[in-house]
Design a protein around this ligand. Structure first.
Ligand code: V1P
Ligand code: CA
Ligand code: ZN
Length: 380
């Protein structure tokens, strides 16, 4: 392992509860909380746990969840289980969007309050100035709505953390590099100028969740405080990094946020089970490194990511980046579940050869100009 970026040595806290990785959405469901255990083993295998403040997280309380979600919805989550779900009054399952994406599994409520407790603890460390960067890889569930779950997300830990940060922070910037549109977070803050949301994602009008075209830019007081970067299949490392930096640089300079939430969904990597981009681990990490370089307090959360071995590689690499440590490609040989990495015993497998890049140079240039025009509204 090498150290880099010696000018700024942030105090980093790592928020995790091993219990959160023990829940099961169902055998055919792509969301595997076990990927969080794999990540944690890799993080400590590389010795990163020795240089961070580690916090075993608690469950969020009902009162904390009710800061965003409705009573009705939280009560439903609390009482529903696989045995009683089909005995609920007619219409309940439709009302709460229960189905293949958001199934009812054992201890779903406990799972949701655990990943949310971790994000809330992380935001608290930033608020009281004890951390410059706080990491919760079990969080980042950006689709959950006020009254219902959506896209594998039941409680919106990001919205709740932002609400917490808003108690003392005048301007919060939310950056989402998950493959999917960060619709739940955008919607929650669509009418305020105190939270700026930006999401990079695959968009064609049909791809889940269907929203996130470039014309969604906020309304009322929030007009021009939401930005969407709709992309096509197969985007490669250089195009993504260039686009990301040329948008985020003027955005941070103009909006001047006092805290940043970085959502690091790993489904934007190449070879993801649900994905369609061609990003390598170092390219995804380069975006995180770039945001960190501004030296603004950061809450870093996970999100999607459906090829567990690469999710854990990515989030370990990014844990290194956030600690100014460049990890050697050679995986630690003494970690549990090492056989998960038997495709290539490297932290940096080649992931960029699967999809044709449908984002032409012209398309990307037009998109970049459109985004910069939006950002220019912030001035004056
Ligand atoms: O496409 C859909 C819905 C289901 N159809 C009626 C339309 N759902 C997607 C949901 C993706 C959620 C992504 C979450 C995140 O952004 C944050 C954690 O990463 C979906 C897909 C898909 N390929 O898009 N659901 C499933 N696949 C699925 C597959 C098997 C079992 C259950 C769900
Ligand atoms: Ca996104
Ligand atoms: Zn996603």
């Amino acid at each position: 392992n090498y150290e880099f970026g010696s000018t700024y040595a942030p105090r980093v806290s790592y928020h995790f509860n091993p219990k959160v990785s023990s829940y099961h959405f169902g055998v055919r469901h792509p969301m595997k909380p076990f990927r969080l255990m794999l990540t944690d083993h890799l993080v400590s295998g590389y010795g990163l746990h020795k240089i961070m403040d580690l916090y075993e997280t608690r469950k969020a309380s009902d009162d904390e969840l009710l800061e965003f979600h409705t009573d009705d919805y939280i009560n439903f989550l609390k009482k529903v289980n696989p045995d009683n779900v089909n005995k609920m009054p007619r219409g309940t399952l439709d009302k709460f969007n229960i189905g293949d994406d958001c199934p009812i599994f054992h201890n779903l409520y406990e799972y949701s309050s655990l990943y949310t407790g971790a994000s809330l603890d992380a935001s608290r460390k930033l608020l009281n100035g004890q951390s410059d960067i706080a990491i919760n890889w079990s969080g980042g569930l950006h689709h959950a709505k006020k009254t219902s779950p959506s896209g594998f997300c039941y409680i919106n830990d990001i919205v709740l953390s932002i609400l917490n940060l808003l108690r003392f922070h005048p301007r919060v910037l939310y950056i989402d590099i998950d493959l999917h549109h960060g619709d739940g977070v955008q919607e929650a803050f669509y009418t305020t100028d105190r939270v700026y949301t930006v999401s990079f994602h695959k968009y064609n009008g049909e791809f889940f969740p269907g929203t996130g075209n470039y014309d969604e830019t906020g309304c009322s007081n929030g007009k021009h405080f939401a930005l969407n970067v709709p992309l096509k299949d197969g985007i490669d490392d250089d195009s993504y990094i260039n686009l990301f930096k040329s948008i985020i640089d003027p955005l941070i300079t103009s909006y001047n946020p006092t805290v940043i939430i970085q959502q690091c969904g790993a489904d934007s990597l190449g070879h993801d089970r649900l994905g369609c981009f061609n990003l390598n681990i170092k390219a995804h990490g380069e975006c995180v490194k770039f945001v960190k370089s501004f030296g603004i307090p950061m809450l870093v959360v996970g999100g999607g990511g459906y090829t567990p071995k690469n999710v854990s590689r990515l989030w370990t690499y990014e844990t290194g980046i956030l600690n100014n440590v460049l990890l050697s490609p050679e995986l630690p040989s003494d970690i549990p579940f090492l056989n998960y990495f038997d495709d290539e015993y490297s932290l940096y497998p080649v992931l960029d050869d699967l999809y044709e890049n449908k984002n032409s140079k012209q398309f990307l240039e037009d998109l970049r100009i459109r985004c910069l025009e939006q950002i220019r509204y912030l001035k004056g």
